[in-house]
Structures are given as C-alpha cells and as structure tokens.
Design a protein. Structure first.
Length: 391
C-alpha cells in the first residue's frame, strides 16, 4: 500500500531503525526454512523497490545509504548462512519441486532484492568505497557466490523466474556497478562473463529479453574498462586504480578445471561450458587443463560474430555495441577470431575458396575508418560497417 512517496516515508520511519536488526536476526535464524524466509525476503525486496519513484529522500539526509545498508546486511546474512549449508553438503536430496521451494525460490527473491536495491535513484554507491565501507562489496560477492554455487546452470535455464532474475541482476550490476563486477575474484568474474555469453544465444521470452540484456551488459563492462584502462594510483582514485589492476589480473589469471569444480561444482555453468568446449574440439576433459582471461575476449567475439553471420539477432546495433569495445581492448583476440572464421569458411562446402574470399573482403571492410576509440562517431561508423558486413 506504500505506493506513494509520503506513505513509503511513513513506513521507512517506522521500520528503521527499530525493526531492521530484528529482520537481520530472523534472516540468520530462518535461512533454511522457506515458509519463514520467503516472506521476509519478499518484504526486503519490496522495501528496496523504487516503485513509481516512491523512494525519494532529501539530499541532506543519509536515508538512501542507510536503507541500502540494512537491505544488504539482511541479504548478506541470509546468503552466507545458506552458502555454508550448500558448501558443507548438509542439504538432503530433494525432488525438483522441493528443491525449488527450499532453495531456488529464496535465492531468486534475494537476487530480485539486490537488483532493486542497486537503483541509482536513491543510492550513491561510490560513498561506500570512499569511506572504506565493505557493505556493497560483501553483498554483491556473497549473493553471486550463492547463486553460482546454489543453482546449477541447467536449472537457471529450466526455471523461467530464476532465469529472469539472474540475467536482470547481471544486467543491473554491469550497468550501475561495473566496478563491483570488475573487482570480483577472477573465477567469479569469468563465470559472470561466460553466463552473459551464453545468455546472448538464448531465446527471448514474453517476460525476459535476456539476449538484449547480455549485449548491453557486456558493452557496459568493457566500455568501463576501456575508459579507465590507464588509471593508476598516481592519476586516479585508489578505488578506480585498484579495479583496473584487478582487471589486469583477470586477463593473465589462469584457472584449472579442478579449481572450477572445487569452487563451483560440476553442475555449474563454468564447468559445463568447459566440458562442452572440449567436446566440440574432440578432446577429453583432463586434469590440469587451464584457461586464462585472454580467452574470454576470443570467446565473446567469436559468439558475437556468429550472431552476425547467422543473422540470429536482426538488431545489428545491439550486437555492434559490445563488439567494438572488445576489439579495441583486445585487437589480438579480434585477429584470432577473424582468421579462424576466414579459414573455417574455406574448409568445406561448395565454392569454399570463393566463400573464403568473401569473408576476407568483409572483414577488411569492417575496420575501414575505425580508430581506437569509443566515441559516438566511431561507434556509429562501426555500426554502418557491420551492417554492410551482414548484407
């Protein structure tokens, strides 16, 4: 009923600060009891929702930050406790319906609450980093780890409501909190990027347009990295300089298949995508296999070009937006993908050599008059070239 600003303000003044510690305590006690934790999380999600712009606080009041801190504390308490249960394998075998009610539904609502709480309408998240407050970093890290560890990739796709909230959360994080995404540990960062890559190839539904969300999310993350790639402690803030150093660590970080399975489990998308890649290459999944951050650029560009070539996504504007930042950030990865696609075009089929020549000519025209920048003019020119590439 608190739809308007005044009614929401009355509710906020009633619940904060008197009842917030009670909600946090309840989240720590009833995290494994669906009939109790689900209504609590729904309350938190509703409290975080800036519906019809109802959450408006005067600029001289810290209420927006206080609201987020309480929401984040509740979500972190719930997520960390449930994650401990999952990691210690204390959960019993359940059928699909029971598993959804006891685990997936609470996690889904927690994702929804976090997405809503990151609204820029009332949250200036930079304040947390400025004063060394770990609230934002902790809640993002804990909830993402809970999702990755607690829900298999197959089940994310099988449950429409879970899938909707998962890609919405990734979209919101990349749009409004790119620093938080870049600052994740490398294994989690890789999982997020690979999820976005898989989401690009999914089919839109009546309630979710995951491909468009993923295109935009990838664009925002790598545009943020490009715009700040030269930031250091000497010419920037410690927070921004630290995030860029973390991204550089991502690009050289190596992770083994054992690390992936230990960290996320065999049912995670990270492990399954690795298995799928080996199958496509005719290889066996062997101990000690490694991947690095550079491979992410190749992986994303390959997926984007296949979208264009197969005309799976008719909106070339949406495809061009994430493609250009990846190319200017990692030209070597672009060259690898380009040569691979040209070579692959000439390997089989009728008029193979002719097709190879067409691919080579198309790729040559793609980068005509394109410079190493992400200005509006350069983006528009690249979109024009990509449209010609498709035709």
């Amino acid at each position: 009923s608190a739809i308007l600003k005044d009614s929401y303000r009355l509710f906020f003044d009633w619940i904060y600060p008197q009842w917030c510690p009670f909600l946090t305590r309840a989240a720590g006690l009833f995290y494994a009891k669906p009939k109790l934790i689900v209504p609590l999380l729904k309350l938190v999600s509703e409290l975080a929702w800036c519906r019809n712009g109802r959450i408006q606080f005067e600029s001289y009041l810290p209420n927006g930050l206080l609201l987020f801190r309480e929401i984040a504390t509740i979500l972190t308490t719930f997520s960390s406790n449930l994650l401990n249960v999952i990691n210690s394998d204390q959960s019993t075998n359940k059928d699909d319906e029971e598993l959804y009610d006891s685990r997936y539904k609470p996690i889904r609502i927690a994702m929804q609450a976090l997405s809503r709480s990151l609204s820029p309408a009332y949250l200036n998240s930079g304040t947390f980093a400025l004063y060394g407050d770990m609230t934002l970093k902790n809640v993002v890290h804990t909830v993402l780890n809970l999702v990755i560890r607690g829900i298999s990739w197959d089940d994310i796709n099988n449950y429409e409501k879970v899938r909707l909230e998962y890609f919405t959360l990734l979209h919101v994080l990349c749009l409004f909190q790119p620093i938080s995404v870049v600052e994740l540990e490398s294994s989690v960062f890789f999982q997020i990027i690979l999820s976005l890559r898989e989401g690009m190839e999914s089919t839109p539904t009546a309630t979710s347009n995951a491909p468009m969300q993923c295109f935009e999310a990838i664009d925002k993350i790598f545009t943020f990295v490009y715009e700040n790639k030269n930031k250091t402690i000497e010419n920037s803030t410690p927070v921004l300089a630290g995030s860029m150093e973390q991204f550089r660590q991502h690009t050289v970080h190596e992770i083994t298949i054992e690390d992936v399975i230990s960290r996320f489990g065999t049912s995670s998308f990270y492990a399954q995508s690795w298995q799928k890649k080996n199958e496509l290459e005719g290889k066996q999944l062997e101990a000690g296999q490694k991947t690095s951050g550079f491979g992410i650029f190749v992986n994303l560009l390959e997926a984007l070009f296949k979208h264009v070539i197969t005309e799976k996504t008719p909106n070339t504007r949406m495809v061009s937006k994430p493609m250009l930042p990846l190319i200017v950030l990692a030209p070597d990865a672009y060259n690898i993908v380009k040569e691979s696609l040209i070579y692959g075009a000439g390997r089989s089929g009728e008029k193979a050599m002719e097709k190879q020549g067409v691919y080579a000519k198309s790729f040559a025209g793609l980068m005509v008059d394109i410079n190493d920048s992400l200005t509006v003019k350069n983006r528009d020119k690249f979109h024009q070239n990509l449209s010609i590439f498709v035709s």
